[in-house]
Design a protein around this ligand. Structure first.
Ligand code: FES
Length: 138
């Protein structure tokens, strides 16, 4: 598999700045008992394949990257690279996830490392879809 690098400037790479944003509508997701419930109707950022949002706060132990995959499925990851714990972004059109730091470790949707200095796979969370509602088990 050929790895495609996200276009970032040196400042973004040095500080590991990701391009994925938090959801614009704060009420589009909730947490309870180890689950994240996402209402897709209230998450316009996820309409397109290859798009993603960062879910942080609301009692979550770790930040989560939620991706509307190029395979049309939804995928959720602990938003920490296993090299230096930097944030990760999807690489649209490639079915891969990439670290935002200089190392650009790249992973497949199942979390496995494809390329880069990461020490192991990403933590992948189970995502169940029922119509327009996602349940992520964290
Ligand atoms: S922190 Fe991800 S490659 Fe270094």
């Amino acid at each position: 598999m050929t790895v495609q690098k996200l276009e970032r400037n040196i400042f973004q790479r040095l500080f590991g700045l990701c391009s994925t944003r938090k959801p614009s509508e704060k009420g589009g997701w909730t947490t309870a008992a180890g689950k994240i419930i996402v209402e897709l109707d209230a998450m316009p950022e996820l309409k397109s394949k290859g798009a993603a949002v960062r879910l942080e706060g609301k009692g979550l132990k770790d930040p989560v990257l939620l991706v509307h995959g190029d395979d049309a499925a939804y995928h959720a990851f602990k938003n920490r690279c296993t090299h230096g714990k930097r944030a990760i972004d999807p690489v649209p059109g490639t079915e891969t996830i990439q670290c935002c730091s200089v190392g650009t470790s790249t992973f497949s949707y199942d979390g496995s490392l494809i390329e880069g200095p990461a020490k192991g796979p990403l933590t992948v969370y189970r995502v169940d879809q029922d119509s327009d509602v996602l349940t992520i088990t964290v």
